[in-house]
Design a protein around this ligand. Structure first.
Ligand code: WT7
Length: 706
């Protein structure tokens, strides 16, 4: 049985359908789209005549200069809103102030610590009841962003430069991003959970000369040493001949005495100068105009894992991204300004979800966006549980909550009593993103968080798509647990076979998009070849000969036209909703002095969705040092710690299995399917984990199968 058959047979059993509710029942004045018929008519028109559709939609942005052409498509290159000029920060902030909404709340922020902020929060016994909360109005945001923007200019940042941002979830992260785009610089945000090496690799790739960070960030009562990681990366970079000119540091934790690096005149590692944000931002003045940007100027870079080689810098450009993200945020979540909505997406801004639906999509729609700094289980209860998320929802009267299936599965494990303790009657729409949601988790979310009334929007999309590609639109689309339902307006999606032919109902195939859409990636930074081969090189439309955009996901479409995404078909693993290239983890392993070869595969995991299993062969040097011994648990732990240090905690393997040789096909390809079966326990090689796995027999038997 192929993987797609298996997924089909499981999913076919899911027959439950949940119909949309009247808007009033959920406390909305109305739905933006309120029937299936209306959706169908709009979608059909948007795909038949995209020019008219997007010309209308683009009117929701403010333009410095109008565009003359909606779209120019020379596959795989799309240009949108040609000739137009605008600015992302202007659309998110300034225009609201100008329209008289300056006193409205733009960002609500809650810090993680609940103890008095002196000393280490976890070690303090005197817990304060209230955490630290900040609310920024559009006017305040405009001022903070302008100050930061003029500081960046003073530090030599110019239009077209890439600024690296490595920060905790604090308001300054949003301020820094908006400050970059205000002056026409692109941001490249690196998730704070990544290791120094990840910063180094990305800064080199992006030719980035300025880094914005914080001394530390709070996470489950611990402090993540962000500045220390940046210092390490700056040194690594200098060794590569790449000099970071400036590092701007927000003092968040104050957990270490001001480093030597900040002393006036001597504030540097080599040629890199370090500056405290609070001493620098503001010193260059309060005013800084929004740069006029071409529609197709780069807005940001965001790195994502690929199946081969280094992470890819996904390029998004200004107007197309803004147009698509404002629309999807509005329709998917039924957003309206001035209606008491509070939107909370729990994703870190370091991922595309945070870019589009913590920051840009919300500010453009003028709906307050909530940012939470820390973990769902801080303060930590017995057994590692926590109810902080539910407390936050109740405290801030959150109306929209958007999270990932892996988080939902964790909450399920922590028990029904925790959400039950909190008044979450404020919730209207629930969202999920990141991986297919299993029907049990969907049902739990529906019942225990959504009071069996809130629509659940299962949003399918990618870093590369910029915004939602398939999702129910509440009010219009009946939902089925586990299905991301139907394409977004303007998205011409299909399931095809290897020949690019569209498949009939319930046939497992490949997920493609046939026509360009405004927020599609414009490239892989500095790597045209990878852009073409990864996304457009595999499938062609047999009717037109045009390349099709392939998302690298396997999926099927049911008899109602609903999409059911089955997961990646490449060597990329989704662990707790985060993409990891098997190559990244393998490279980290072989950089360890004792490792000769490594093969990394994913296997199903109850909470994480997938977990990582690494098969490792050791070098002679290890055997020479440990004569007559089998690789120990200690070595296993050392390798796990090594991956953690090189890539980050996300990438650490759950299993490390030692073998004398990796199973390979006659042509020398690692038999990954066999390894996946072994990792999942489907195929047993060695029962006893203290001995070496011997693949020779099984590999021979399965040669023809691979
Ligand atoms: C991959 C993209 C999209 C923002 C977060 C992840 C998987 C994402 C769903 C969903 C099934 C999903 C796909 C996709 N995925 N959302 N609702 N149902 N699968 O962005 O890190 O670029 O990952 O996540 O496999 O290709 P990303």
């Amino acid at each position: 049985m192929s993987t797609s058959d298996q997924a089909t047979s499981v999913l076919l059993q899911e027959k439950r359908v949940f119909n949309p509710k009247p808007a009033k029942q959920l406390g909305f004045d109305r739905w933006h789209i309120d029937s299936l018929e209306q959706y169908k008519a709009l979608h059909e028109a948007s795909v038949r005549d995209p020019e008219s559709f997007w010309r209308e939609e683009a009117k929701r942005l403010d333009w410095f200069e109008p565009f003359h052409t909606v779209c120019q498509w020379e596959a795989p290159d799309a240009k949108w809103f040609l000739g137009g000029r605008t600015n992302a920060c202007y659309n998110c902030v300034d225009r609201h102030v100008q329209a008289g909404h300056g006193e409205q709340v733009a960002i609500i922020w809650e810090g993680e610590p609940v103890a008095p902020r002196t000393g280490h929060p976890a070690s303090s016994s005197a817990y304060a009841k209230e955490p630290e909360i900040r609310r920024l109005t559009y006017r305040e945001l405009q001022l903070e962003v302008s100050r930061c923007a003029s500081t960046l200019k003073a530090l030599g940042v110019k239009k077209g430069d890439v600024v690296t941002i490595y920060m905790p979830m604090i308001p300054e992260l949003a301020i820094a991003m908006l400050a970059c785009v205000r002056i026409g610089a692109a941001h490249s945000v690196i998730f704070g959970g990544f290791a120094p090496h990840a910063i180094t690799e990305r800064a080199i790739d992006a030719h980035s000369k300025v880094i914005i960070t914080a001394d530390g960030g709070y996470r489950r009562g611990d402090i993540v040493p962000l500045q220390k990681n940046v210092e390490e990366s700056v040194t690594q970079l200098a060794n590569h001949g790449h000099i970071i000119n400036h590092v701007l540091v927000v003092k968040r934790t104050g957990h270490q005495p001001p480093s030597e690096r900040f002393k006036t005149g001597a504030s540097h590692i080599g040629a890199t100068k370090f500056h405290w944000w609070h001493e620098t931002v503001g010193a260059s003045g309060d005013a800084c105009p929004c740069e006029s940007m071409d529609s197709e100027d780069m807005l940001f870079l965001l790195y994502t894992s690929g199946s081969t080689g280094k992470p890819k810098g996904i390029v998004h450009t200004t107007a197309g991204y803004l147009a698509f993200v404002q629309m999807t945020a509005r329709l998917t979540f039924n957003l309206f300004p001035d209606s008491g909505q509070v939107f909370w997406c729990s994703a870190d801004i370091g991922w595309i979800t945070g870019h589009s639906y913590v920051l840009y999509g919300l500010l453009m729609n003028r709906v307050p966006t909530l940012m939470y700094e820390g973990a769902p289980n801080f303060p930590t209860m017995e057994g590692g549980k926590g109810d902080r998320f539910w407390e936050i929802i109740a405290r801030h009267r959150v109306t929209h909550f958007y999270t990932a299936p892996t988080a939902i599965r964790t909450f399920m494990k922590w028990g029904d009593e925790l959400p039950a303790k909190h008044d979450m009657s404020c919730l209207k729409v629930l969202g999920t993103v990141g991986e297919p949601i299993n029907p049990e988790a969907w049902m739990w979310y529906h019942k225990h968080i959504g009071r069996e009334v809130c629509p659940i929007v299962d949003t399918y999309w990618q870093t590369e798509t910029g915004g939602h590609i398939c999702t129910p639109i509440p009010g219009a689309i009946p939902t089925k647990p586990g299905s991301c339902t139907v394409p977004m307006l303007g998205i011409d999606a299909a399931i095809v076979n290897e020949q690019g032919e569209e498949l009939g109902a319930n046939k497992g195939g490949l997920f493609v998009i046939r026509k360009p859409w405004p927020s599609m990636l414009r490239g892989v930074f500095g790597n045209r070849e990878r852009f073409i081969s990864n996304y457009f090189g595999r499938l062609k439309d047999p009717a037109t000969g045009q390349p099709l955009y392939f998302s690298a996901d396997g999926a099927r479409r049911d008899e109602d036209g609903y999409f059911w995404v089955q997961g990646r078909v490449d060597d990329v693993i989704k662990v707790s909703g985060h993409l990891l290239g098997t190559m990244e983890v393998e490279s980290a392993l072989v950089s360890h002095p004792f490792v000769a070869e490594a093969a990394v595969v994913g296997y199903p995991h109850e909470v994480k969705g997938n977990a990582i299993c690494a098969f490792v062969t050791l070098r002679g040097t290890w055997y020479a040092k440990n004569p007559g011994k089998q690789p120990s648990d200690e070595l296993r732990k050392e390798l796990i710690a090594h991956v953690r240090k090189e890539v980050g905690a996300l990438a650490q393997p759950d299993q490390v299995r030692f073998t004398e040789g990796l199973p390979k096909t006659r042509s020398g390809k690692i038999m990954r399917r066999l390894l996946r079966d072994v990792a999942a326990g489907v195929e047993k090689i060695t029962q006893d984990t203290t001995t070496l796995e011997d693949f020779s027999v099984v590999a021979k038997l399965r040669q023809d199968d691979e």
